[in-house]
Every structure is written in structure tokens, then in C-alpha cells.
Design a protein. Structure first.
Ligand SMILES: Cc1ncc(C[n+]2csc(CCOP(=O)(O)OP(=O)(O)O)c2C)c(N)n1
Ligand SMILES: Cc1ncc(C[n+]2csc(CCOP(=O)(O)OP(=O)(O)O)c2C)c(N)n1
Ligand code: SF4
Ligand code: SF4
Ligand SMILES: [Mg+2]
Ligand SMILES: [Mg+2]
Lengths: 581, 172, 278, 581, 278
């Protein structure tokens, strides 16, 4: 069954290339150059990296996939692997599945090909990269590899050279010349091999295409949403977003503070937001755990904040460099007491721009905490995509104007949102409080005040009109996949493949995880007889969450697998087709 | 700390007198509120009464000062005998279970300090008008002392603060 | 009577919320001083924000008429720093207790001192956790055995707020007594006028759980050292180390550049988007 | 419907008495004395207190209930109210429901009777307590009240005097004499009123009865379970447990540290437990929020710890002095990543002894984190109960002995539990780690190691035999109530009442909340057509949790109400009888 | 060579796990010194526990042959304190980085100093967050602009570990350089022999993110002050304040009672239960 499926997969017009090497082989550099060059030639693509535990000189792999349409996930297997050496290959070999049709170009100087690779049945071709590079002044094996790939995939040599020259320009002329010579040598070597894997080229111009990572996309979305204050504490895999934001906030009239810890980060943004400035913090699991008390304060004091959790493998320090969706529970339920808040998640890298913009908007409009769940896979992958559309939102923080008589900060209103006086507003001072309070904000232990304020804080989220953004719903048919976050890419591809096999499947990729739009979800599930819930967790967190809130059809299955490897479209397709096709 | 003896102009003197009363009013109001909050209604009532007296006196001073331009002094620039105004009393002398007698004793001490403050000015100020006015004020404060002491006798000698048999609340 | 227009009477800075504090609590004196200092500085209430954590002392914001945030235990300085960074135009005053500031909040205290943002931090130090019923705080003497939680004392050297503020880099350090609101107000004015992080440790008795502190009024006295305030950290350290913690006055004042956000050339978000183009 | 029910309730043999007063009136003292005296006379009883926001001199109420069997919850209304004054009565009047048959004895010096009390239709009887007390040297109104109650309820004057003398002995002879005189005066006044509310007296001797609070019971259970190290940071309403434990740990060879914060607390107990000493921390919601990172480390490093969360009203600082069950979510789901752990909750005050003992045992046997959910209602109420039985557990921490070859701390075993080498054991040193690791404990990012260790950590909990302790299951019938924690008392009484009305109802009170024993629960629900899920939350946390894990019968209702007032047996009975009787 | 039986060679204290550290990292020197110090003290490995947080430096426990706990970021001192309190018989050494110890872990540092438990704390200070790719740490100079996170520097005064340890109450304070493992080992021996909380700040270069620290070997020098080590806190403060942070040596040693658990008369749990009887 699975094998039959694998065969079909080959027909998809995409090319997956893995570059593997250790000790400063420069695979990531080649990967980036390749992505850029292919993009310039008109391909869409995606690259992620996998690395060993060392900070420098460790083993690493650049994992790329190209297609004639935006790529949202890794493929099922790699068409081409270029290996400089195999040191500690066991650390990521699981992440590079091969088919019998795959080609593995390996430098014989890099040692014996590992057993799992041999057993895959892939074609193994020894290619001397190291020694060839040595013959060239300023030559490096990775540039030989770049030449090899470009000729095999039919990339324009001119584009490659331009890309390389631009990116190496600071290193000096000699380096550039050496690199170009290597590329040519590699290209020649490539032409002599009988492998052809022409790069899929998309129609249309490339003017409106972007190259962006998920971390950057989140950062951009936050800026577009209006965030002008960020406090954060470095943590993998979120630090890069903070690093991207720091200078750009300074340039847009905002400010970023590196806080002493995550407790400070979340409280700093509470302060900034109380001051009227949309504010955000960015972290990953361990930092998230330290922030929940502050998030609870945001909820209780109705101070808008955005918290991005770029998820990594857990529990505890876990696997900082790998992806997982296992912070769903803490994001939904991690606060003590009743602390209703919003949880959203981008369904793709470019969607991160929109989702963050929306998240800021929701936080401001609803005066609550919005948690955004990104993950390492989205955050640290780089894609070539169409420029994400500009979206304008109208709702904004409801503020109180000077001179309102008898101002009540936590007044009970029809929509549960009450006007917030921003410090500086004359005669409207009030004290924000995390103690339960009455409408004025004065602490109260009365059951009436408690119930009213609980209802207010929960009601404003439930009653809000989230429009169509709550989920990406596509297709029809009587089978549906319900998924979220970075799994969406693989699910989409699986659905396309199932469709090609005559099995139409609906997609429901939730962008709004909490509050769950149960009515809309039920509607989207109308007429569905079979549901597959797809997520990257061990304990089926998402599946259990859905169960807790809605009645799923009897025939509901869960496809859950923990990290570190992402789910492949193939395994999802297989599960979809079982008993159907 | 500077000395009341140096109060040399009528305006300066009246500024002091006004501040003395105003601070006293504010303090008594605050204490009354605190007693109210802690359900010691009797003492709360007494403090309110004291505040009322203070308000009347402040109004008198205001009348006297009508038309003149009083200097604006920072709280720490006044020439009191101590660092604090004579008629404010020490927070530490307050207890939520204090008896009316103790409250009156607190008030007497305040009045005595005022009396002495005015007395010092009356006997030492270089300015005659000031000396004369201060003398009158001192006299008035002395009368308050006598009055309050009479109240104390009337209230008996119950000065022992009762134990609160209940443990304090933990509030968080 | 008051020749100046606008809000400049201390009571104009008080709210109508009645303190839950025990009558006799030193925190009343601090509230009193805060309102006096704000009145002296003629600060419009809407331009002042008073931020606190949790504890008896941390209840203070609601009792004033300025903008307030009664946050969570130990995090007031972080909240205040975020507010000040985002809204440099506001006067930010942070206030709280010794437990809030030196126990759970100790780390933020260290880093607030280092960062030297232009704000004032007032700690009402009663050497006890008032609000949770009288446990030892970091400033409690190690042999204090009145709390059931530490029945034979804490066995730990008391936290020395001024010495630590100094080592951490605060640029204005003072100690005061809540029983002298006028002097305290004067010190607060200096602190608020000081460009940078100004820290005032206020000895503020808790008659309920530390009745012996009623004696403080007879013990505290001004620093008997002419050299203070000093701008020499070594000298300040010397006097902090030698003192028994009961001397009051401004100890240390340093002119160090105040934390400020980096001002880069402003650009539009559209310009930033350019970097993603192929 | 509800009214009819109320009438029936009166027939229950219990007496509820509320004492109300402010400003040091001493109501808590009288409450305690009354409880003790009634206990000595042979009654069972329960007392809780409610207080205003002031630390001293505030308004407070002592709320008592007596019966001839152990009392596990407040009644539906109060038979007798004694009010010294009515200052700020609105703050807790909701907590003192009255019936037309109730008697309210109030001191006319204490002001007008508040409208809601008047409207209840209760009999209002002015009684001069203040002035009477003034006539007696060292007299106090609260002792007059004690005399009043004792004569109305028929308590032996002798017992009362003995109790009072003992408890006031440190205050001096005069105080005792004054108190006794007041009691006599009060008793005389009481006899002149025509009210009779004879105290229900239980059969049998009182030798084996205890008076204990929930906080003490938890502390005792922990000690009995073997806890010898505790670190904690004061927080309402948990501090009293720490305070009870501190000297007693010192006396049993253990040690308690007051930590600088909750982050330190949880890490300190990790250190102690790593050293081989069973260790625990105690906190409430806000502290719990700060501990989840440490709890995750306990799970990942497989270090046994017990964390007690004495729940209070939330969110954020919330309502520290009142009860709620709203930390269920954070206890179940508050950790980032996949961090399977155990959550238990006592179903009554005396059960706290057992549950804590069990919790320690589970932590040690399973080498994981065990969270215990108590709440303010259990923790700060004082009861007269039968001495809880002694329970001995056999399982203990599996430790590694010196000299094992090739020791693997995280070895994969049949039951998922691997031997832990305690520092000091020769030649067995290892490094505990919160990073994902292989069997030896060496950090690993491999998908195989990750999956194996995830399975190990989850599997050991699922596979464990929790015996009958997972829940208290009682009765049969086709209706069942599923509940947990402090709600159990009221539910039990409601079930008894429903039974008296001919409607048999099953009780399923979960003691083990996670992992949920789904099989046992399904079995306990066999033959049930209607389920009522009872909890003290706003968002129905428990109900949603159950849904997420098991298929509940179609006819499942949820009865959820947030704090601060506890659920009353009457409202539960009413819900049970709707459509049934 | 080694006349004593059993484990007393430095290499006997090394495990077979290979460090992930970059070649050239100063932390190798610290590992080297730890094994030398343990060998010198002839400490049986099973009686030593090495506790750490998260960071490159915090990886050290697994590279030794003693009991280890690689905990979570910033909490090593708390974990170590719990272990020491529960198991006073063990030798507890806590180790980590400047980020771990002074940024997120700053509060535990303060309170560990106060508490004066008998343990040793080694901070490998490279003035940077190595593990997360080179951000500024509390000890980083304010004008260091190499991190994208703080492109115009931190604007904050560097954290002064020795001065803060002193103000907080540590009873043994020293500074060392990882490039001199023998000297460092000697200092560690003194620290471990010191009864109370001993703190060593080890300047430990990060060639990857702070290549300029390769120069440290030419800059560090012993304190040029005869008076050190001193037991006079004022004098120690003076020298801490005056130094540029690059002088090495033991700065302060104080004989203060060590934290110890209260020993009360032992009773059985059955006796405790008596208190609940009516
Ligand atoms: C995270 C957290 N831990 C503990 C508490 C409980 N708590 C409230 S106030 C307080 C201590 C207050 O002491 P301090 O700051 O000295 O204030 P004081 O009451 O003495 O003025 C504590 C421990 C809390 N609210 N939150
Ligand atoms: C709660 C939490 N926040 C952030 C991180 C990410 N993190 C890991 S190591 C580190 C800093 C390490 O710096 P330092 O302690 O100086 O060690 P070095 O790597 O320089 O030796 C950070 C921020 C984390 N693991 N946990
Ligand atoms: S408990 Fe102490 S600190 Fe708190 S209000 Fe009362 S006197 Fe003040
Ligand atoms: S990054 Fe720096 S601190 Fe980390 S191992 Fe490399 S050199 Fe050492
Ligand atoms: Mg305090
Ligand atoms: Mg470092």
C-alpha cells in the first residue's frame, strides 16, 4: 500500500536536494545559494537545516525542495543527496528518506556510505569534491557541489555566478574567483554524470516573490500589526525573530529590550501595553512556562499582549533545535484560574505575516492576551513565496477619552470590551489590577463581581466576529482532515495527492485555536463521515482538545507523531487512502 | 530643621498656621477613614470630630490671611520644631483597637505640640504682630488641651488596648 | 490659599479608595509622602504612573490619583521598565515591599539598577511579609523566630538593600523612615528629579507582625557622616557596610548616562519589506 | 421545586450556626471554642471562616455546622446566626443563606439588620451582648454569644467552661473568669429565649476523633508518606501548611526551607529528591504558574517530586482567600512539551491524609511529578472527624545498587521505571538531564531516543496499577454524579438526599485525575443513563477534561459554578431531582 | 606516580562523554581544573555532586565522573541548595555561565550568597550567551554591538559578580582565569575547603562569539594588592570597585556560621498525630 503510494509520489513535479557535511563544509551556505539561484531562475522552494549538537564545526544538513508552485513542506524522499562526508550521519539520517530512484553523490574522501543509505537502494555515485577543490586556488568543496547541483538541475550558470558573487563579495575577489572556478568545475563534473533532475520552473515573473523565514515573517507581521515594543530573552529557536526585530523596531519608532529573563519579558510588555503601545514577546517552551503568570495578569487586568511561542521538542529543555507541536496544551490551558485568552497559529510561513498582524489586532481589540504558536519548522525554514497580500484591519484598542464622568475601567458592556484610559489622559487615572475587582477596578471578593468579570472576560472572546480567519477551509468530500500549524503544508499536499487518486478530501486548518469556533467547525464538518486529525505531538493534544469541545464524527482517527522529523505528505496520504482508494 | 523662632513675617506665620491645621485635618480624616475601615467606629467618630475642629481653625486662618500673599513652602521647609507638623501625630501611635481615651490622648499630645509651637513663636519671633498672633493661637491651643483633657476624665481611664482574640487575616 | 493653579495639594493626589492597611502601619506615611512629593513637583497626575507588585505595601497605587498598575508579586520593576521604555514621557514610580522587591523580585532589582532607567523605586521595608501573615523576609534578622515557618530563625544574613543597589549600579540610593513623611517627601523629590534609577529604602513599620518596630522612631537617625551623599562608590560601600541599617539620608548619587532607546533613522514598513524581495 | 426541596432539607439532623462580627469581635475564637466544646460533647462538626480584606479588625464570619455524623460540607442554610454587628455585611451575606425558620440573634448596638436578612423571613431577635459584657469585669461580647449558643444548642456548660479555660489560660486568670461569667450570663439570656436547636450528638466515645484542618491533614499525609524535605514560599491559602510542617519536619529528621521564590522552591525539592530524600513543595495558583518549568524538569529527568496546589479564586492574583477548582487545567496541562505526570486530589479533609500519603508513594514509585490539588475550602476548614485510618504502602523508589555494570539511568524497562542511583552510591554516577537523552542520560536529538523516552515516561504512568484509589465509587442507580475535590462533600449529601426521595444516584468522586483511569471510569458508568458532572469552575474545566478522554453518555449535564461560595448540597440535589422525582 | 590508592588522578574524574564545546573554548580549562581539584582533595566521585543550569558551560557535569544534574536555565543554585540541605554529607559544586547565573539566575545568586550554605559556585564568565549564538550577557560591556539583538549595545552597566557577591553576603569570593587550570584548581581546592558559600568567577573565553577574548591571556593578572584576600568587607568592596575586572585571586574570605538545618528533638509521627486528638 505504502509502496504503491510512493511510486505515485514521484510524479509530483518537485525536486528535493539534501546537502550533508560536517566540520565547516559549508552546506548551509550552499543551500542558501542554491535556493536563491533557483528562485532567480523562477522556482519556488523551501530550505530547512538540521544540525548536530556542536556550536561550530558540527554535522549539518541543508534540506531543500523546489517546485513550480510554493512549497509548504518537505517531500517524502530526496531525489538528490550530496555528501561531503558522513560523520555522525546517524544524527539526521532519519530526516533524509531516500527512494530507489534517488541519487547520492558522495565524496569518497568522506568515508564509507552508511548502511541505511546503502540499503535504501539509491544510486551511489562517488564524486571527488575535496580533491578537485584543492586543485583550484581559493577553491572549496562546497562550491564544487554547487556546480554539480546546478548542472544536474539545469540551473543557469550565470544566475549561480551572480548569486555567489553577490553573497561572497565581502570576502574579497580571490574568494569569488575561486568559488566561480569551482562552480564551473563542478558543473562540468555534473554534466559528465548521467543524472537529470531539471528544476521545476514556475510561470510568470519573479518580481513579486519573496524569500523569507518563518521567524522573519512573524516579525514582519507583528510590525505590520502595529507592535512597537518587544521584550525578550534569547532562546532557540525564537532568538532570530528577536534579532530580526531589534534594529527594525528601532527604525520604526519602536524599541526592543533584551530582558534579564522571561518573567521580566512578559511583565515589560504588560507595562508597555498599559502605556498604550502594542507590545509583544517571543519565546519557546521553557520561556513560555515562565510567562504564564504574566499572561494571566494580562487576562485579568485586560491588558493586550501578544506572546509568540516558537515551539521546539519537549518536555523540559527537550530538543531545542527540532520542531514539535507539543506546547499546544500549555498555550490553551497553562494559566491558573479561569484565564480565557486567544490562541492562534500560522498555517504556513507566509501566513505568519497575516496571522501575526491578526494576532496583534485581536489582542488590541479584545484587550486580552494572544498566544501565537509557531514552531521550529516554520520559524527556521526559508521559503521562496509570492509576496503575502496586504491586509488592513480596522478594529483597534478602545481607549477612553479625557473627561468621562465616573470612569469605570472594567465597565460591563455589551461586547465585554471596556474603554482603556491610556496614561496621559487627563482625569481618567485608574489602577489596573490582577486581583478580582469591580467595574472601577477596586479589589473585590464578592461573588457577583467575580461572576460578572469572569463573564466579561470570557464573553468578549466568544462574542467576537472572527470572520473567515478562524480556519483555512478548502475542498469538499466526505472525508476531512483537521489540522493546524506547520502540519498544514504536508496535509495540503496529501489532500492534493488523494484528490489525484480520486479521493476528495476537505481541509480544515485551524488558525484560531482558542476560543474554538465550534459552530463554524461543526458547519465545516457537515456531511463529513470520516475525520483525520493530524498533529505533531505524542499524546494527541490537538485531538483531545477537539474532543473536549465538539462532538466529532464516530469515524474519527488521529494521526499524531512527535518530533523531531516533520510529518511527510506521503504518510498522511497513505492514511487518507486506507480503505478509500 | 529650622526653628519656629525665625518666623518673621505675618504672611510666613499664617502660612505655617494654615499648613498646621490643614495637615491636621488631612491626618485626622485619614485616621478616621482607617478606623472606619477597621470597624472602630467610636474612635473614627472622635477623629472626625478633631478634623472638624481643624477645618474650622483653618478657615479662621484663611480669614485672617485674606488679601495677603502667603509664601508657598515645601512640606520640609516649614519651621516646625520637629521634622513634621506639630498637629499630625505619629502613625506608630495608632492601633486599630485603640480606645477613645487613647485617641483623645493622641489628640492632646498633638494640641500640646501646637500650643508649644505657637508659644515658641510668641516668645521669640522678631516680629511683634507675629508674636501677638502666635500668642493668641497658643492660647487657643491651650484651651483645646484643657477641653480634651476634660473629655478624657469623662471617658474614664480605660487605656488598655484589648487583645484581638482572632488571628489576623491572611489576605495576599 | 494655594497660590498656584492646578493640582498641587497633596490631597489632590489621593484617591477615594480607603486603604486596607492596619491603622498604625508605616505605609500610611509613605502614601502621605508620595502625595506631598508629587504636589511639590506640581506633576499632573495623568503624567505619573505608580506601579507595584503584591503585598500590603503594594496596594499603594489605588490609594493615589495617578495612573496605577497593581501587578503580580515581584515583577513591578519589570512592568515599570517596560512602561518607561515605551512611554519615556511618563514619570514612572515603582513601589512595593521588601518581600516583593528583594525576595521574589530580587533579580529585577539587580537588573533595574544596572539598566539605570529614569525611574524611582520605593521599597517599604518592614522586614516581614505583612500580607501573608508575618513570615521572615530577606531583610529580617536571622534570629527572628516569631514566624512558624522559620521557628529557629532564617539562618541567613539579612539582605542589605543599599549595599546591593550600589554594587548593582543604582545611581541614586537613599534610606528613609516612614514616620517622617516630610523628610521622606523631600527625598522622593530628589529621587524623582534624579536622572536615572533612584532607589529609596523606606523603613516602614508593621505594627501587626513586628510590634517591636514601633520603637524604630526612637532608633532611626540621620547618617552621622558629612561625606554623604557621595559619588564615590567605594566610600558609599564603606558607609553601607559600617552602618547598622538604621541611618537615614541620601547615600549615593552618580551622574551616569541614563538608559535610552536607540534612535535610528526612521523608515516605513514598506521599506523593510524590500529586504525580502528576490 | 427548589422550595419544596428546601422544606425537606430541614429534616436533616444538622445544625448550622454563623457568627458574624467585625473589628476584633472575636468571632473566630468563639467559633473554634464552639467547635471544640461540641466535639467534646460528642458532635461532629465543620467550621470555615470568611473575612473582609483587612488584615486586622475586619469583618469576619465563623460558619459552623454540626451533625451526628462527620460533616463534609456546609448546609443549605443557617439555623442560627449571631451577629455582633452588621458592618460590611454585604461582603459575605451571600455566604450565609437563611430560611424562614432561621433565627437571627443580633446586638441592637450593631446597627440595623441588613435588608437581605430581613427579607429572608428569618426570626430576628435583638439581644444585647455588648452592653451585657460591659457590665462584667473582663467581659467580652463574644463570650456572651458563646453562652447564648450553648444554651440554645444544649451544650454542657461544664464542657464549654473547660474548653474556654484551657484555651484562654495564657491570657491570665482574670480573663478566664470574665469569660466564664459572660458565658453564664449568655446562657441565662439564651434560656429566656424560646429557641431550641439541640446539638446532634453522635453515638460512641470521642477518643478516636480528631480535630484537623485540610492544610494540616495534607501536611500529616506528606509526613506519613515519607516526605522529609520541603521548600516553599508563603502564599495564601497554602502558607499554613508550610507553617505546620516546618517544626514537625525538623522533629522527624527532615528540613524545611523558606525559599526566595517558587522557582527556587521547586528546584530545591528537585535537588533534595535527586539526593534520595522524598521532597515536596506547597503553593497556590500564582506560585503554581511559576513552578511548571521545574515540574517539567522533574518529568523529563524522572525525579520524583510532590507539588501541592491549594487552589484559590483566579485568574491572576484573583481572590486569594476564597476557594475555587480552577487550577485543574494548569495542573493537567500546564507544562510545555509532552510532560506526563500524575494529578491527584483529596475528596475530603480527612482524605487529605490518605491522598498525600498516596501522592508521595506514586511520585516515588513512578519517578515523576505528582501534583496534588487541594483548595481553600478544604485547606482552611476545620473538622471533627474520626481518626483517619493508617494505610501502609509497599512500593518505594527503585534505586540502583553499587556495582551495576554499564549503568543506564534511563534504561527502557518493562514497566518504564528504571533504577535511580542515589549520590553516594559507589561507581554509579550519572548526570540527570532535562534535555532529551538516550538510556544513559546523554543528550540526544535522535527520533528513536525521543520516541522511546516519551513512551517510557508516559507508559509507566498508564501501566501502573492504581487499585481502587482512583476514585470513590458508591451506590448504584442509573444516574451518576462525577465530581472531584472539595465538591465531593456536597455531592455526597445531595446523593443521600436524592436517595431519601427515592432517586438512587451513583457517586464517582475522582481521586486520580491524571492519568485518567478511562477503563475503570467507563466501568463505573456502566448502566448509567444520566450523568451530572459537578465542579467549582466557570468554564467547566472538569467536564471538558472528561469529554476529551472518554465518551460520556448522551444525557450528560454539567453543574459548574465559580467561587467564592461553595456549592450547596441543596442546589445539587435540586439538579438531580429535576425530572426524576 | 600517585602514591594513594583509588581515584585520585584528574582523569579518573572525567567521563567518557566528549564535550560539544568548540575547540579553544575556555570551558575546557575549567573542566581540567575541576578534575585536578577533585583529585587533589582525594574526593570519592560518588560523594561529589556537580549541578548546573543551561548553557555551553552548564554542560560540564556530564563530562565528569561525579554525580551530576544538568537542570534548567538559571536554577542550578536552587537545585544545589536543595540537594545540600537534604544531603549535607555530599560535596555540592554548582557550575554554569554568566547568563545562567547572573541574568535569569540572578535572584538565586543573591540568596545563595546570603544563605551561606557550604557549597562552591563556579561561573564560567565569557561575557556572552554562547549557546544561543552570541547575545550580550549581564557582564558584557555596554558598548558591545556585535549581537543583532542589541545592535547599539546594552546601555546597561556590566554586572559586577564579585561586588554583588560581597554585598549579598558570600563568604569566599575569588576571580580566576580558565587559561591557568593549575592556579584555578588550587583556588577551587580553597573554595571547596571553605566552610560556607564559595564563589569563583572564572574568566573563560568564548572564541566563537567573542574572538577578542583570545587576548585575555595577555590581560589578566593577579591582584596587585597585598591586602587581599581580606575579611574586611569594606576593604574588599573598595578593591572590587577599583579593579577593572581582570585581576585574579581570592578577594574575600569570611568566617561566618554556615547554614545548617535546625536540629530539634526527634519524635515519631505517631507523636505528632496526638495533637489532633480532641
Ligand atoms: C507568585 C506569588 N507568590 C506568593 C504570593 C503571596 N504573597 C503575597 S504578598 C507576599 C509577601 C509580601 O511581603 P512584602 O512584599 O514585604 O509586603 P508587605 O505585605 O510586607 O508590605 C507574598 C509572599 C503571591 N501573591 N504570588
Ligand atoms: C527558560 C529558558 N530561557 C532561555 C533559554 C535559552 N538559553 C539556553 S543557554 C542560554 C544562555 C547561556 O549563556 P551562559 O549561561 O552565559 O552560558 P554560555 O553558553 O555562555 O556558557 C539561554 C538564554 C533556556 N534554555 N531556558
Ligand atoms: S500587616 Fe503590617 S504591613 Fe500589612 S497593613 Fe498591617 S501593619 Fe501594614
Ligand atoms: S560557543 Fe563559546 S562558550 Fe560555547 S562552546 Fe563555543 S567557545 Fe565555548
Ligand atoms: Mg514587607
Ligand atoms: Mg556565557
Amino acid at each position: 500500500m505504502y509502496d504503491r503510494l510512493m511510486n505515485r509520489i514521484q510524479e509530483l513535479d518537485s525536486r528535493s536536494v539534501a546537502l550533508v557535511g560536517s566540520g565547516g563544509a559549508g552546506v548551509v551556505t550552499v543551500g542558501n545559494l542554491l535556493l536563491e539561484a533557483a528562485a532567480a531562475d523562477g522556482s519556488y522552494g523551501l530550505m530547512r537545516r538540521s544540525a548536530g549538537p556542536q556550536i561550530r564545526g558540527g554535522e549539518s544538513a541543508a534540506l531543500l525542495r523546489f517546485a513550480d508552485m510554493p512549497v509548504e513542506c518537505a517531500g517524502d524522499y530526496y531525489h538528490l543527496v550530496i555528501a561531503f562526508d558522513w560523520r555522525h550521519a546517524e544524527r539526521f539520517i532519519d530526516e533524509i528518506p531516500l527512494a530507489a530512484s534517488s541519487c547520492v553523490l558522495h565524496d569518497p574522501a568522506g568515508g564509507d556510505v552508511p548502511e541505511p543509505i546503502v540499503q535504501s537502494g539509491a544510486r551511489l555515485i562517488p564524486v571527488e569534491m575535496q580533491t578537485q577543490a584543492k586543485e583550484i586556488e581559493y577553491g572549496r568543496a562546497n562550491m564544487i557541489a554547487l556546480g554539480l547541483v546546478s548542472s544536474i538541475t539545469g540551473l543557469k550558470l550565470e544566475t549561480i555566478s551572480k548569486t555567489v558573487s553577490r553573497s561572497l563579495s565581502t570576502k574579497g575577489e580571490n574568494v569569488v574567483a575561486g568559488a566561480c572556478a569551482c562552480i564551473e568545475r563542478g558543473a562540468k563534473m555534473g554534466r559528465s554524470l548521467d543524472i537529470e533532475l531539471p528544476m521545476p520552473i514556475a510561470q510568470g515573473g519573479t518580481e513579486d516573490r519573496w524569500t523569507i523565514t518563518g521567524n522573519q515573517a512573524c516579525g514582519l507581521g507583528a510590525l505590520k500589526g502595529g507592535v512597537r515594543f518587544v521584550a525578550g530573552y534569547p532562546i532557540t529557536p525564537a532568538s532570530e525573530m528577536l534579532e530580526w526585530l531589534a534594529p527594525r523596531l528601532a527604525r520604526t519608532g519602536g524599541c526592543l529590550i533584551q530582558a534579564e529573563d522571561e518573567l521580566a519579558s512578559v511583565n515589560m510588555i504588560l507595562g508597555a501595553s498599559y502605556g498604550g503601545v502594542p507590545a509583544m514577546t517571543v519565546t519557546s517552551g521553557p520561556g513560555m512556562a515562565l510567562m504564564t503568570e504574566g499572561i494571566g495578569l494580562a487576562v485579568a487586568s485586560e491588558t493586550p499582549i501578544v506572546v509568540i511561542d516558537v515551539m521546539r521538542g519537549g518536555p523540559s529543555t527537550g530538543i531545542p533545535t527540532k520542531s514539535e507541536q507539543t506546547d499546544l496544551n500549555i498555550a490553551l490551558y497553562g494559566m491558573h484560574g479561569e484565564a480565557p485568552h486567544v490562541v492562534v497559529a500560522p498555517v504556513s510561513i507566509p501566513d505568519s505575516v497575516f496571522t501575526l498582524q491578526w494576532a496583534v489586532n485581536l489582542a488590541e481589540s479584545l484587550q486580552t492576551a494572544v498566544i501565537v504558536l509557531s514552531d521550529q519548522l516554520l520559524a527556521q525554514s526559508r521559503v521562496i513565496v509570492n509576496r503575502p497580500p496586504d491586509i488592513g484591519f480596522i478594529t483597534r484598542r478602545v481607549t477612553a477619552q479625557a473627561g468621562v464622568e465616573n470612569y469605570r475601567r472594567y465597565a460591563l458592556t455589551a461586547d465585554g470590551v471596556s474603554a482603556m484610559a491610556i496614561p496621559g489622559t487627563i482625569d481618567m487615572s485608574y489602577t489596573a489590577d490582577g486581583l478580582e475587582h469591580d467595574e472601577r477596578g477596586t479589589p473585590s471578593t464578592g461573588s457577583r463581581d467575580h461572576l460578572q468579570q469572569l463573564e466579561k472576560r470570557a464573553g468578549k472572546l466568544i462574542g467576537f466576529d472572527y470572520g473567515d480567519h478562524w480556519a483555512d477551509v478548502e475542498g469538499d468530500g466526505t472525508i476531512a482532515v483537521v489540522t493546524w500549524g506547520s502540519c498544514t503544508g504536508a496535509v495540503k499536499e496529501a489532500i492534493r495527492r488523494a484528490g489525484e487518486q480520486g479521493v476528495p478530501v476537505r481541509l480544515i486548518a485551524l488558525r484560531l485555536l482558542a476560543p474554538l469556533c465550534t459552530q463554524q467547525l461543526n458547519q465545516a464538518l457537515e456531511g463529513v463521515r470520516r475525520v483525520l486529525v493530524v498533529e505533531q505531538t505524542f499524546s494527541r493534544q490537538f485531538y483531545h482538545y477537539l474532543r473536549s469541545q465538539v462532538d466529532l464524527p464516530k469515524f474519527t482517527e488521529s494521526l499524531a507523531r512527535p518530533g523531531p522529523s516533520p510529518l511527510s505528505p506521503g504518510e498522511i496520504t497513505a492514511m487518507l487512502l486506507v480503505g478509500e482508494a | 530643621m529650622t526653628n519656629p523662632q525665625e518666623i518673621a513675617t505675618k504672611a510666613e506665620f499664617l502660612a505655617h498656621a494654615f499648613a498646621l491645621e490643614q495637615e491636621s485635618v488631612d491626618r485626622y480624616e485619614e485616621l478616621a477613614d482607617a478606623m472606619d475601615t477597621h470597624n472602630n467606629m467610636e474612635v473614627a467618630g472622635l477623629f472626625r470630630k478633631m478634623a472638624e475642629f481643624g477645618r474650622k481653625h483653618a478657615a479662621e486662618v484663611e480669614r485672617l490671611a485674606a488679601g495677603s500673599d502667603l509664601p508657598t513652602l515645601e512640606p520640609w521647609d516649614f519651621k516646625w520644631v520637629e521634622d513634621e507638623g506639630p498637629e499630625t501625630g505619629d502613625y506608630a501611635d495608632i492601633d486599630y483597637m485603640m480606645t477613645p481615651v487613647q485617641a483623645l490622648q493622641f489628640a492632646v499630645a498633638n494640641e500640646k505640640r501646637s500650643r508649644d509651637f505657637y508659644g515658641l513663636v510668641a516668645s521669640h519671633s522678631p516680629n511683634k504682630t507675629v508674636r501677638q498672633l502666635a500668642g493668641e493661637f497658643s492660647q487657643e491651643e491651650a484651651e483645646h488641651v484643657t477641653l480634651l483633657e476634660r473629655w478624657i476624665t469623662r471617658h474614664g481611664s480605660d487605656t488598655a488596648i484589648q487583645d484581638d482574640l482572632d488571628p489576623p487575616n491572611i489576605v495576599d | 490659599m494655594n497660590p498656584l493653579p492646578g493640582k498641587s495639594q497633596p490631597k489632590d493626589y489621593k484617591s477615594d479608595v480607603k486603604p486596607v492597611w492596619c491603622p498604625g502601619c508605616g505605609d500610611f506615611g509613605v502614601l502621605n509622602a508620595i502625595t506631598k512629593a508629587l504636589a511639590s513637583l506640581r506633576l499632573p497626575p495623568e503624567q505619573v504612573a505608580l506601579i507595584s507588585g503584591i503585598g500590603c505595601s503594594s496596594r499603594v497605587p489605588a490609594y493615589t490619583n495617578v495612573y496605577g498598575f497593581h501587578g503580580i508579586h515581584g515583577r513591578a520593576l519589570a512592568l515599570g521598565a517596560g512602561l518607561k521604555a515605551a512611554r519615556p514621557d511618563l514619570h514612572v514610580v515603582v513601589a512595593g515591599g521588601d518581600g516583593d522587591g528583594f525576595s521574589i523580585g530580587g533579580n529585577h532589582f539587580l537588573h533595574a539598577c544596572r539598566r539605570n532607567m529614569d525611574m524611582t523605586y520605593i521599597v517599604m521595608d518592614n522586614e516581614v511579609y505583612g500580607m501573608t501573615k508575618g513570615q521572615a523576609s530577606p531583610t529580617t534578622a536571622p534570629d527572628w523566630t516569631e514566624s512558624e515557618l522559620t521557628p529557629s530563625g532564617t539562618h541567613a544574613r539579612p539582605f542589605q538593600p543599599a549595599a546591593i543597589a550600589l554594587a548593582a549600579g543604582a545611581t541614586f540610593i537613599a534610606r528613609a523612615f516612614s514616620g517622617k513623611p516630610n523628610l521622606l517627601a523631600q527625598m522622593m523629590v530628589l529621587a524623582m528629579q534624579h536622572p536615572g534609577f533612584a532607589f529609596i529604602q523606606v523603613l516602614s513599620p508593621c505594627p501587626t507582625f513586628r510590634p517591636e518596630q514601633k520603637e524604630w522612631k526612637n532608633i532611626v537617625r540621620p547618617f552621622a557622616v558629612d561625606a554623604l551623599p557621595t559619588s564615590d562608590p567605594a566610600l558609599a560601600a564603606l558607609h553601607c557596610q559600617r552602618d547598622d541599617g538604621m541611618s537615614t539620608g541620601v547615600i549615593y548619587v552618580e551622574a551616569r548616562p541614563v538608559w535610552r532607546r536607540s534612535n535610528m533613522q526612521e523608515i516605513a514598513i514598506e521599506d523593510i519589506e524590500q529586504e525580502f524581495r528576490l
